[in-house]
Design a protein around this ligand. Structure first.
Ligand code: CAA
Length: 379
């Protein structure tokens, strides 16, 4: 692995940092408070190429590598983790899945809009009774010859109300278990498809999360991705890459909390000196900086594995497991460094602490990452 970033990667990092500081910072507290979807910001992110970074230019994407994606995710997550989860689902789960496994017609139809930010995508796997145990799909896609009849409910869907295109995982042949699962492209507006109300969440409150309900939705056969029964493998493969994006999100939340703490510690006086001169604070800053560097190395290693066409199941899960813990630990310590100020919204670290928690839950809980890692080690 080359530790030196290329000029192109550095340019992407600088562009993402500039965008986050100039366009996301100012309204982030208000969007969090009022659960306001960052529609304008996402549109701009599309124009700047952040919504389809790794997609080939042929379909309107940036043709960039995963390392660049990780760098951009970190910078955007430092400021607004709601924007970065919208970006991550669109890039890693929807665009990547469509480009890698979709038909030419599917790619032509959906990717230009998704990469430009004109439309947003969602990935629908979780159900009321199937979160971690993804094989237990209750949503059914009954084969009716030229179409599937889709029935069921999906839960916790990121971009749920704002997406225009949904990749929905559903069971077609229960006897075949995970090999009887399909992935279907469902368009907003298809008859029988409705979305539930927005969830009122602890963190990433700018992003919208809701349930999806399907009642006798007729999905044309040409909307299936891959061969019959490929849906579970599809979900596992996109989630392996998605975990790199969420690891980078967690890294960004940690770095954002650390940078704010470092600045605050050098400005805030106590006992006649800046608090950064007290060893109790210095030790916290040292731990934060060390953990963040280690998390960044794991994220870059996973991204490097993916770019080098090596298996990234284990490295992606390790990056997510570790970076999400670092995000949580760093954000809690950041509030502590800020004292009472850390407990109020204007100082941003309480939001970062709330945002950090979800990185240990979605795209597989920390416990699921340990299952994935141990199975890779033992196989
Ligand atoms: N890549 C490719 N194939 C994989 C794979 C991977 N990473 N993991 C499993 N598979 C394949 C296996 O090889 C196997 O294939 P065969 O039938 O050919 O042998 C098949 O899938 C079934 O595998 P397992 O028997 O190992 O599956 P399992 O039931 O034991 O479950 C699991 C494995 C890792 C626990 C999986 O269920 C899992 O990842 N669960 C968590 C799901 C998750 O992340 N949910 C979050 C929802 S999405 C989200 O949060 C998005 C968002 O909005 C932000």
């Amino acid at each position: 692995m080359d530790f030196q970033l290329t000029e192109e990667q550095l340019a992407v990092q600088a562009a993402a940092r500039e965008f986050a500081q100039n366009e996301l910072w100012a309204g982030v507290i208000e969007r969090d408070e009022h659960q306001k979807f960052p529609a304008e910001q996402i549109k701009k992110m599309g124009e700047l190429g952040f919504m389809g970074m790794m997609v080939s230019p042929e379909y309107g994407g940036g043709g960039m590598d995963t390392v660049s994606y990780v760098l951009a995710m970190e910078e955007i997550s430092k400021v607004d983790a709601s924007c970065s989860v919208i970006m991550s689902v669109n890039n890693s789960l929807v665009c990547w899945g469509l480009e890698k496994y979709g038909t030419e017609a599917q790619k032509q139809k959906y990717l230009p809009g998704l990469t430009s930010g004109e439309i947003i995508g969602a990935f629908a796997l979780s159900e009321p009774e199937a979160g971690s145990d993804a094989t237990m799909q209750r949503t059914t896609a009954e084969d009716k010859g030229d179409h599937y009849l889709l029935n069921g409910t999906k839960n916790w869907i990121t971009n749920g109300t704002t997406a225009s295109v949904y990749l929905v995982i559903a069971q077609t042949n229960a006897e075949a278990k995970h090999r009887g699962i399909n992935v279907l492209i469902v368009d907003k507006g298809m008859e029988g498809f409705v979305t539930g109300p927005k969830e009122n969440k602890l963190g990433i409150r700018g992003s919208d999360t809701c349930s999806l309900m399907f009642t006798d939705v007729k999905v044309p056969k040409e909307n299936r991705i891959g061969d019959d029964g490929f849906g579970f493998k599809f979900a596992m493969k996109v989630l392996s890459g998605g975990r790199i994006g969420i690891a980078a999100q967690a890294l960004g939340i940690a770095s954002g909390a650390y940078e704010l703490s470092l600045k605050y510690a050098q400005e805030r006086q106590a006992f006649g000196v800046p608090i950064s001169q007290h060893q109790a604070i210095q030790f916290k800053l040292a731990d934060m900086a060390t953990n963040i560097d280690a998390a960044r190395l794991l994220c870059l290693q996973a991204a490097h594995d993916k770019d080098a066409h090596q298996d990234y199941t284990k490295s992606g899960a390790m990056a997510k497991l570790f970076a999400s813990k670092v995000a949580m630990d760093t954000a809690v310590e950041a509030v502590q460094v800020h004292g009472g100020y850390g407990f109020v919204k204007e100082y941003h670290v309480e939001r970062l602490m709330r945002d950090a928690k979800i990185t240990q839950i979605y795209e597989g809980t920390s416990e699921i990452q340990k299952i994935v890692i141990s199975r890779e080690i033992l196989k």
